[in-house]
Each structure stands twice: as C-alpha cells, then as structure tokens.
Design a protein around this ligand. Structure first.
Ligand SMILES: NC(=O)c1ccc[n+]([C@@H]2O[C@H](COP(=O)([O-])OP(=O)(O)OC[C@H]3O[C@@H](n4cnc5c(N)ncnc54)[C@H](O)[C@@H]3O)[C@@H](O)[C@H]2O)c1
Length: 325
C-alpha cells in the first residue's frame, strides 16, 4: 500500500481521488489552503493540513518524517478567464509556489510525482483527436502555467531521477454520492446546466452556435471524475522508472454543448430555459483526446464516462447537496 501526499485534496478531483485511494487501503495526507476547496470534501480518514503549498517552512515541517511514497499534485488555480486578466497570480500560484513545493519534496527524498495538467496546454489544435506529442501552444495563462510546470518537472526527472506522470485532463465531470463539482464562480458547462435545472440561475446560455461542428456548438471530451481518479491509481503501479511521461485523460468521444443540454433535459424529464449568446474569445470549436497511450501503457480504461452516467451522477450529487442545505 502506498503512502500518498495529495495537494488540493479538498477540491473536486482531488477529493474524489482521496476517497478512492482510501477505499483501496492506501494512506492519504491532504494539503490544501481551502482557497477554492472545502474541508468537508476531505474524507474523514485522511490526515489534513490546511496550508499553502508555497509556504516552504510549513511544508517542510509537514513532510518531515512522513515517508511519503508519491505525491498527487492537484492544487492549482484553474479559472481560465481570471488567468487572462491576472496572469501574474497564476504563475505565482501554479508555477512559483509549485517549485517551492518541489524543492521541499526533493529535499525530503520524494521521487514519484503525478501532476494534474490540462488539455489547455495544446491551445488551438491543428488536428483532432489530440495526441500527447502534438504541438503545445497555450492560448491562456492558465494553460501556459500548466505547460511551464510540466517542463519544470521534465528537469526534475532528468536531473534528479524522478518518475513523473503528467495527466492532461480534458473535462472532468460527474459526481459520486458524497462529492461533486463545486466551483465559485462556476464556469463549467455541466454544473451550470444543473444550476439552471435546480432553479439556482435563470437559465443556461450557449456561447455560440456558429462553430464548424455538426450542430454549431462547441464540442468537448468529458471524463467522469472517478475515471480520472482511477487513472491516478493506475499510475501508482507504473512509477518505477525515472522519466517524465505525459498522458491525455479523455474518452476519445466528444459531445457538443447542445447534446449536453439534450442529455440534461432527458435526465430531468422536462425542458430548460436555454438561450444563445455570441461566441467567447478563445474557445476552440472541438477538443477531443486520443487516449490510446494511457490505455496501452497504464492499462487505464474508462468505466463511468458515458454521457448518461456523467449527467445522472452529477445531478444525483447536486440534489443531495440541496437536501442537506
Ligand atoms: N476540473 C477540470 O475539468 C480540470 C481540467 C483540467 C485540469 N484540471 C486540473 O485538475 C486539478 C484539480 O481541479 P479541480 O477542478 O478539482 O479544482 P478545485 O479548484 O476544485 O481544486 C483545487 C484545490 O487546490 C487547492 N489549492 C489551490 N491553490 C492552492 C495552494 N497554493 N496551496 C494549497 N492548496 C491550493 C484549492 O483550495 C482546491 O481545494 C487542478 O490542478 C486543475 O488545474 C481540472
């Protein structure tokens, strides 16, 4: 069993991953500053430290004597629009604080590291589906910060013999009984649709219906958060060799915003107030992963990422939250 340090374990993807690790008998310690995460999302049997990963002294004292086998690094600032108006903050949080943390980990002798990267490292792809070796040309500071950190990790692998995996998530989606997607402000399509379904917002707005896609709306690849957690668990068994390996985590099948609206209406059994507005700057028409590398090399296989399961699990979690309020 592994002794895992999870940064950002109070957030959406990190907390689900912690719960799955614990179910399998691994030991989990969470570091999170609760800037966008929630203490109640951290499983009760995980050790929890509320701290900033960029706080060197606190991180050094937390790591001391713990003997972590591997680090899963989810902590990051991830609001793309904010990264365009305040890029300095993103480089400070996602890169500079990250390097401070890497140095603490290196001095503590840790050599296995899994990084939550993003499909936004690719920018506007020249071909579809996207493969790991395709051109990386981010169009927002968030994607740039993820790419920079990947490159820094390549140097840790090269110079210090670290075994590093960078998972480039496409769109994390769906929920479990106890955990789900909850960002403030929310910018992701499925939770926005479900907020409209729950009457928490007046309606849902489709940004652009004139893209070169079958129904004119943007097309994206959605992966259930449990399948992302499973990817991390697959990684645990494949980290004996030094080197840095990037993997797409996506389904290889993508859905349009209009198809998501239809799927949510089907789940609810009624129509939603849906309107159309203009395109947003910088939204590529289609983003779809080619996930063959992670399947072949890590043995990853998505088990929960049908659109029906993604929508129904997210809606079930949302309804449970509303009852608890
Ligand atoms: N959700 C997605 O669709 C998606 C897609 C691609 C990549 N990612 C990446 O996956 C990771 C998790 O995403 P998420 O959706 O769960 O986000 P989230 O905001 O729910 O979780 C991030 C967590 O990190 C914590 N955190 C942020 N900065 C910190 C710091 N300096 N020190 C300590 N803790 C800090 C937050 O409090 C939060 O709990 C992020 O790195 C994100 O960039 C997510």
């Amino acid at each position: 069993m592994a002794n895992v340090l999870v940064t950002g374990g109070a957030g959406y993807v990190g907390s689900v991953c912690c719960a799955e690790l614990l179910k399998l008998g691994h030991a989990v310690t969470v570091v999170d500053d609760l800037s966008t995460g929630f203490k109640h999302s951290v499983p009760a049997s995980a050790a929890f430290f509320q701290m900033d990963i960029g706080d060197r002294a606190a991180m050094e004292s937390m790591v001391r004597g713990k003997g972590f086998d591997v680090v899963f690094h989810f902590a990051a600032k991830a609001l793309i629009a904010e990264s365009m108006t305040n890029p300095g903050y993103f480089f400070e949080q996602n890169v500079a604080a990250g390097v401070t943390m890497l140095e603490v980990l290196r001095k503590a002798g840790i050599k296995k590291f899994v990084f939550s990267s993003s499909s936004s490292v690719y920018g506007i792809p020249k071909k579809m589906p996207i493969e790991e070796d395709d051109q990386k040309d981010p169009i927002n500071a968030y994607g740039e910060s993820k790419l920079m950190f990947e490159r820094i990790l390549e140097w840790y692998a090269r110079a210090y013999g670290w075994s590093v995996i960078a998972f480039r998530y496409f769109n994390a989606a769906g929920g479990t009984d106890d955990r789900g997607e909850n960002h403030d402000p929310e910018t992701h399509v499925i939770p926005l649709l479900l907020q409209a379904a729950a009457g928490e917002r007046a309606g849902f707005s489709i940004n652009g219906t004139d893209y070169p896609t079958p129904d004119g709306t943007c097309v994206r690849d959605y992966v259930h958060v449990l399948d992302i957690a499973h990817g991390h668990i697959c990684a645990l068994k494949k980290m004996d060799q030094p080197g840095m390996r990037p993997y797409n985590i996506g389904l290889g099948t993508a859905y349009s915003v209009r198809q998501l609206c239809d799927a949510v209406e089907k789940e609810l059994g009624h129509k939603l107030p849906i309107s159309v507005t203009a395109r947003r700057d910088g939204d590529p028409p289609t983003l779809c992963a080619k996930p063959q590398r992670i399947m072949a090399e890590l043995g990853w296989k998505p088990a929960h990422s049908s659109l029906d399961e993604i929508i129904s699990s997210a809606w079930k979690w949302k309804q449970k939250q509303r009852k608890l309020k």
